[in-house]
Design a protein around this ligand. Structure first.
Ligand code: FE2
Length: 593
């Protein structure tokens, strides 16, 4: 049975093909269109999934959409009525998109894919989230927590999964939303909403949570784990372009200008920014204030999530927890839930945000709706498009790109290791691209984590990012506990997907300066031989030479662009940056010394 799951028209559009409950292919649309967070109908991702399955759209047994458009319309109408006349603008703009796209999604699917309407199903937004974690997990029974900006009406749910059934027994509703609270601070700190949340999380360790009391003025936590926002401080419920209002500014001061460079007394002025400005000290002071705001919202977010998780444990008594929704990508909070909530084990799926809804919707239809038994868990994220050696070779030859073809993999790994040891920065492209927002060794930029200068080198050569963005480590799964505070590391699936931030062992921090964040933590990826043998072999080989089986791994893209998909995307990024070498499958491309 072939089921296609689709998510679109909100954040990250994506498509997933399931065959008899097993994933055949899964991809986000942005990788194909090169538009970051592309939310339009995912024509390309669908096309890719169908090709991977060797079928036509008309042969699909079902197509499942990740939310129910009419319920969402209901929420928009209600919130508009409650806040009229301020809401008139948001109403008019919403209606235009709803009338054009969203209400007609069933007909769109029917016409684009050639399937009859009776085959098109709709799953509720948070049920899609819940299914995307629980039905992928190795657990046959687990508590489920979903938290995001907003689905149709719902902003968070508490639930239980047993066998192939999911019961969401309690929910929170718009406008009381942890995702939207975090987004308001994302905007206040000068970042783009739905994009800059990682930056807030990365900036937080540079600050002290000295404004926690002020953040608690905006949100009141209830004893049952739920919470309520004080809407007097926000305007996302009646504005399309503003999330916070004047009262919010009275509390926290003027927002951070979007173009303001980030540095504090602690970071110093990054060399790759050029010459320090004359008002350096004043800018440091201001940025310290903003870092303190980031630390404060991050702390409150963690406390709210812990409150939700603790209550879920009290109510269900279950030992395992599945987390989904955009907030599930807050890997710092996930690390705290693992350490401090009473659950023994967590599962978070790599595309925890709305892209993952496509997967959840398809799994829900197959297992829950049709009652088909579950058949294994998702244990890796490599579900995207791959390119054969033949395709890479044609690309290189057609474009007259000088290269070496290295047939023996061991030789290639030796060559890459030797270059890493010399401080070179390498574009590493192999196999199927990753599902979800993280690069996990198939579309990655890698470097030596022991070099204290490496953060600045990678930033200066490729990423041009501010110093608050930490670089992540990929570590051999079996060696994790030597370097990171994560007992039983091989057991924790979220660590495979960079979804835990944990302390780097104190004694090892000085050996791994390029992947240790300012607060002594790292957002690690555990790498298993079984799921990614070639990347595993590379880290193992590097470990033999360097003494640490860890590489610095950052996503293969330029700032603001989606992660690369094709050899051409990779080569283009390689050329535009100062990356030293590019490995495309078994081909090596180098810049002249
Ligand atoms: Fe969502």
């Amino acid at each position: 049975m072939d089921i296609l799951g689709i998510s679109c028209y909100y954040h990250d559009a994506a498509a997933v093909l399931l065959r008899d409950g097993k994933i055949v292919a899964a991809a986000e649309e942005e990788r194909f269109t090169r538009i970051k967070h592309d939310y339009e109908f995912p024509h390309n991702a669908i096309q890719f999934c169908l090709e991977a399955g060797g079928i036509q759209g008309s042969e699909l047994d079902h197509v499942v959409f990740f939310e129910k458009p009419f319920r969402k319309l209901d929420r928009i109408l209600m919130s508009v009525l409650q806040t009229y006349p301020q809401s008139w603008k948001v109403f008019r703009e919403s209606m235009i998109t709803w009338m054009i796209d969203k209400l007609w999604v069933g007909s769109t699917i029917e016409s684009k894919l050639g399937v009859s309407k009776s085959k098109v199903l709709f799953c509720e937004h948070h049920l899609s989230h819940a299914a995307s974690a629980y039905l992928c997990s190795p657990f046959d029974e687990a508590a489920i927590l979903t938290v995001d900006g907003v689905g149709e009406w719902v902003t968070g749910t508490w639930g239980v999964g047993r066998g192939n059934e999911i019961r969401l027994y309690k929910q929170m509703e718009f406008p009381h939303s942890l995702g939207l609270l975090y987004s308001a601070f994302t905007a206040f700190l000068g970042f783009e909403v739905n994009e800059g949340e990682y930056k807030v999380m990365g900036m937080a360790p540079y600050g002290q949570p000295r404004y926690v009391d002020k953040v608690w003025k905006l949100v009141k936590a209830n004893a049952d784990g739920s919470f309520a926002l004080d809407m007097d401080y926000f305007c996302f419920h009646h504005s399309t372009d503003r999330t916070f209002n004047r009262r919010f500014v009275e509390l926290f001061g003027d927002p951070r200008p979007p173009k303001m460079q980030f540095y504090t007394e602690a970071t110093g002025f990054p060399k790759y920014f050029g010459q320090a400005p004359p008002n350096y000290s004043e800018e440091c002071r201001l940025n310290q204030h903003f870092a303190d705001v980031a630390a404060s919202i991050q702390r409150v977010t963690e406390e709210l999530l812990l409150g939700m998780a603790n209550q879920l444990h009290r109510e269900t008594g279950l030992k395992r927890l599945c987390i989904a929704g955009g907030v599930g990508l807050n890997s710092v909070a996930n690390g705290r839930i693992l350490r401090e909530a009473p659950f023994e084990e967590l599962y978070v799926q790599p595309a925890a945000g709305d892209g993952g809804g496509a997967l959840g919707a398809a799994l829900w239809a197959y297992h829950t709706l049709m009652g088909k038994p579950r058949n294994g868990c998702m244990d890796h994220a490599y579900w995207g498009r791959s390119y054969s050696s033949g395709e890479v070779s044609s690309f290189l030859r057609e474009n007259s790109i000088p290269h070496q073809q290295v047939e023996n993999d061991q030789t290639l790994l030796d060559m890459v290791t030797e270059r890493l040891m010399r401080g070179k920065v390498i574009g590493w492209f192999q196999g199927r691209f990753e599902w979800g927002p993280r690069a996990l060794g198939n579309r990655s930029i890698i470097a030596d984590p022991r070099n204290p200068e490496m953060k600045d080198i990678v930033n200066a050569k490729i990423k041009f990012r501010e110093p608050y963005r930490p670089f992540a480590p990929s570590v051999l799964a079996e060696c994790t506990e030597k370097y990171f505070e994560l007992p039983n590391a091989v057991r924790h699936y979220p660590a495979r997907y960079m979804l835990y931030v944990v302390p780097v062992k104190t004694a090892e921090q000085s050996h791994l300066p390029a992947i240790t964040h300012v607060d002594g933590t790292g957002r690690l990826q555990t790498v298993f031989r079984q799921q990614n043998p070639r990347y595993y072999n590379l880290i193992e080989r590097f470990g033999q030479a360097a003494g640490v089986p860890v590489v610095l791994n950052t996503s293969f893209n330029l700032k603001g662009e989606p992660i690369v998909n094709t050899p051409a995307n990779a080569f283009n990024t390689f050329t535009k940056s100062e990356m030293d070498c590019l490995v495309l499958e078994n081909f090596l491309v180098e810049k002249p010394a």
